[in-house]
Design a protein around this ligand. Structure first.
Ligand code: ATP
Length: 242
């Protein structure tokens, strides 16, 4: 049994690809409405961990519990229906539809037609996208497209949202707005963010989990993580004296 304030828990989670241990016995706990950042050097296992949470990859051993339900062997559509939303780096949007239509299409998978339109409108207002309502998504700037996809995920009303490098390729202004949107979305959902941009992480981070060689190296506040010598060594590939 997980405690009621825990939305996500992994127990002894492991993923091997042949001889490569990508994730090694990870025990991870996330509270309801928590915002967690995952960092770690290339190859640390962050993507593999994410893919197991959304059932894109099946664990070799271990267990994943979401909102009290064992989803270790679930299918992606079941995980989505239970309330896990994911936003990948490449936006999954319809370029030849408007912003409103894209968000409404997403809302349709949860609601009837009339309610989906109203729900879409609410989400656009909440994320400050109303001015873009009638614009074709294919004509939007990179940052705006990312926000539309975030709105599409929010329209599904997930309890947990996984964000894979949400600030990648963004300008400073776009990055600031993305941080603002993530804080807004976090009012109604727990969020796990994988990100390499430390400035961005500083803007949103509460607790940071550092992965290294498939294991959790440290889990602490951003300040403590940044000041940690082990993290410096593995994440930056050198100590400060080098
Ligand atoms: N499909 C696969 N087949 C074989 N090995 C894989 C596969 N996917 C990942 N790996 C290996 O698993 C380990 C973890 O990779 P993963 O992509 O999860 O790391 P990451 O932390 O997301 O890295 P990055 O920050 O570069 O995206 C690496 O050694 C990688 O080479």
């Amino acid at each position: 049994m997980t405690s009621p304030d825990c939305i996500l828990e992994t127990r002894g989670l492991e993923k091997r690809f042949g001889g490569v241990v990508a994730i090694a016995s990870v025990d991870f706990r996330l509270k309801q409405r928590e915002l967690r950042c995952l960092i770690g050097p290339n190859g640390a296992g962050k993507s593999t961990f994410f893919k197991m949470l959304t059932a894109q990859l099946k664990p070799t051993t271990g267990q994943i519990l979401f909102d009290g339900v064992d989803i270790t062997r679930a299918q992606p559509h079941q995980v989505s229906r239970l309330g896990i939303g994911i936003k990948n780096q490449v936006p999954d949007v319809f370029n030849n539809l408007t912003v409103a239509e894209n968000i409404s299409v997403a809302a349709r998978s949860r609601h009837g037609k009339a309610r989906a339109a109203a729900k879409g409108k609410d989400v656009m207002e909440r994320l400050g996208l109303t001015a873009l309502t009638g614009r074709l998504v294919g004509e939007l700037a990179h940052g705006q497209r990312q926000w539309v996809e975030l709105a599409m995920v929010v329209a599904l009303e997930p309890k947990l949202i996984l964000l894979d490098e949400p600030a990648a390729g963004m300008t400073a202004d776009e990055t600031n707005k993305t941080a603002e949107l993530i804080r807004e979305v976090n009012k109604s959902a727990a969020i796990v963010v994988v990100e390499h941009d430390m400035q961005f992480i500083k803007q949103i981070a509460q607790t940071v989990t550092v992965f290294h060689q498939g294991r959790v190296l440290i889990e602490d506040t951003m300040d403590k993580v940044q000041g940690n010598e082990l993290v410096r060594e593995v994440y930056l590939g050198k100590s400060e004296d080098d």
